[in-house]
Write a protein that binds this ligand. Structure first.
Ligand code: URA
Ligand code: SF4
Length: 214
């Protein structure tokens, strides 16, 4: 799997966990990732399963709004995917074994795009990215809002855990927390989402960095 297309093809043919039995479409992820940022959610829901695209329902609308309004980026500037690429039946949570089976595809996407920052949306993404897929679930409230360094698929990345957007829709009190985390993220990106300071720290200009598969 050397390109995002090859990952998507492998996912479309995958039968490595029971989620393949009930899916309508696989949801490998989308976006250019050209700003060096990846967002990882939990699992496709009904809308995502119908369209084969990540975060296209209500939670996706909120995520897109946060990316554009607070980070100053376009949705297509980032790469958006999930811990598991097939919808769990009835929107149940993915099981540790399913996250572990699907981990190879997220690893391949990280290897291909080499993101600087991976935003873990919610407990399942935070657990897989910080503790390893199949680990006992972390408390998202305990880890959110603070960047941590990690090595994923041999790539050194900053993992930034925050709440899942669906949690903020379900409990409006969490909306302020999610927005606060995104403002922190915007600060890490150099403000206004320009990535200037972020790129300067790494001694590369905004125009110079492109994903390896561009
Ligand atoms: N929730 C997720 O975790 N992922 C999606 O793609 C949509 C909703
Ligand atoms: Fe394969 Fe992942 Fe789908 Fe399971 S969720 S069948 S591991 S692509």
């Amino acid at each position: 799997m050397d390109t995002l297309e090859e990952v998507a093809d492998a996912v479309a043919a995958c039968t490595a966990c029971p989620l393949h039995l009930s899916r309508r479409n696989t949801v490998p992820g989308e976006g250019t990732g050209r700003k060096g940022i990846m967002f990882v959610g939990e699992a496709p829901g009904r809308n995502e399963d119908e369209q084969g695209r990540p975060f296209v329902g209500a939670a996706g609308e909120l995520l897109t709004d946060l990316i554009t309004r607070i980070l100053g980026l376009r949705r297509d500037d980032v790469f958006i995917t999930n811990v598991v690429k097939c919808r769990p039946p009835g929107n149940r949570e993915p099981e540790p074994g399913e996250a572990a089976a699907c981990w190879r595809y997220l690893e391949a996407q990280v290897r291909i795009l080499r993101p600087r920052i991976i935003v873990a949306l919610g407990r399942h993404a935070a657990t897989a990215l910080l503790a390893g897929p199949g680990s006992r679930p972390l408390s998202i409230g305990a880890v959110r809002g603070r960047p941590r360094t990690a090595r994923i698929a041999g790539v050194d990345v900053t993992v930034f855990p925050t709440l899942h957007p669906a949690a903020a829709l379900y409990n409006r009190g969490q909306m302020d927390v999610l927005e606060e985390d995104f403002r922190r993220l915007a600060g890490m990106l150099g403000g206004g989402g320009t990535l200037d300071a972020f790129m300067r720290d790494r001694a590369i200009g905004p125009g110079e960095w492109t994903p390896r598969n561009a």
